[in-house]
Design a protein around this ligand. Sequence first.
Ligand code: EPU
Length: 429
Amino acid sequence: MDKLIVEGRHRLTGEVPTAGSKNAVLPILAASLLTSRPLTLHNAPQLSDVETMRRVLAELGCETSRDDHGTLHAHTPELHATRAGWEHVRKMRGSVCVLGPLLARSGRAEVSLPGGCVFGVRPIDLHLKGFRALGADVRIESGYVVAEAPKDGLRGAEMFLGTAFGSSVLGTANVMMAAVLAKGRTVIHGAACEPEVVDLGRCLRAMGANIEGLGSPRLIIEGVEELGGAEHTVIPDRIEAGTYVIAGAMTGGRVRVSGCRPAHLSVLIERLREAQVPLEVGEDWIETQAYEPRSAAERPRATDVTTHVFPGFPTDLQAQWMSLMTMADGISIITERIYPDRYMHLAELARMGAEVRREGSMAIVRGTERLSGAPVTASDLRASAALVLAGLVAEGETEIHRVYHIDRGYERIEERLAPLGAVIRREQE
Ligand code: EPU
């Protein structure tokens, strides 16, 4: 297992490009199960989660390869199996989104239930509700979801897939992928509006699907007989981009995050401005401006955030925001409405001297003038990113253990940060 060692107090300066979106490419790869024709995906990020998805797909009959330009090719001439086992689904909940495509193409899908995850219960009841609405028989057997389409195939239907606080990203993706090959019209109310769902929809359209309303909570899908191959460029990863913008904001350097979509990060930009972090924004870049985040006059101002579905503040940036707030002037309140227990980073940040306290789904952060490096343990992907950010500004060295979490969603983070002036290295435990 690897660990990262970060030497703090180096100001970052320079340009960092944004990789393709993890949460867009995972369901898009699953969509390649819907057709016997090849799918070509440009800007596919090189992440361990993508490798896990490739292994899941390989067992089902999908051949994937990556060329020298980072383009992924996925091709499923025929399905070899309809079962995705516990081994992979356990590692990555995203693999649950093979359910919809398998059900649509072969009429049957068996996928291990993902179970709990480190930040709490993550149900998939809405996915199942959607499949049932399309006429599938769905049951739970020995830890697996077993879904079977009627003999004459799935039928379009009108359904509501919203939750108390919004919608489900992968639930929408899964049901959308099942509905594109169903007979007739499907209307999904309460659909997720996240850019990753829109990107999947765009790719499905390029494959021949008939989908209207992408980016709105009402999707209208007219089923088609079959889908073809397509070439698609995956959107930039807004969470990776946001993480590097926060790195610039915390170290006080001029960091340009290029190749991103500022429109996907409008709430982060707005919150950073409220925190008085100097920032410039272009068409496809965001740049923090040089300032003195530790001086009395320029310290970022404590600024509250509440996580919400898109375009609200993303839960996937909550931990990183907390790192920024640990050095802010004043007390800020972070409210986690998507995953109320997503606070594993809190105890680790406290080990570095952060003054943080949890009250139910809220965290109260009292900004401090000094964090100090410490050995800390990464517990999930975004929590790990928050620890790297804290390490960048702490005095001394921070050792982050169990770094494989971060490799799930950030392409070699140390190689992205080092050219900006970060002193960070990877070592084997
Ligand atoms: N929910 C239900 N029922 C369901 C599905 C979800 O009640 O059937 C609830 C969840 O408990 C949660 C909320 O709905 O409170 C949103 O969950 P969602 O289904 O949207 O999450 P997801 O699709 O499983 C994706 C991302 C996560 C990201 C969330 C929220 C992928 C592979 N994962 O998960 O990404 O946090 O959306 O935006 O796309 C990450 O990248 O670190 C990560 C965890």
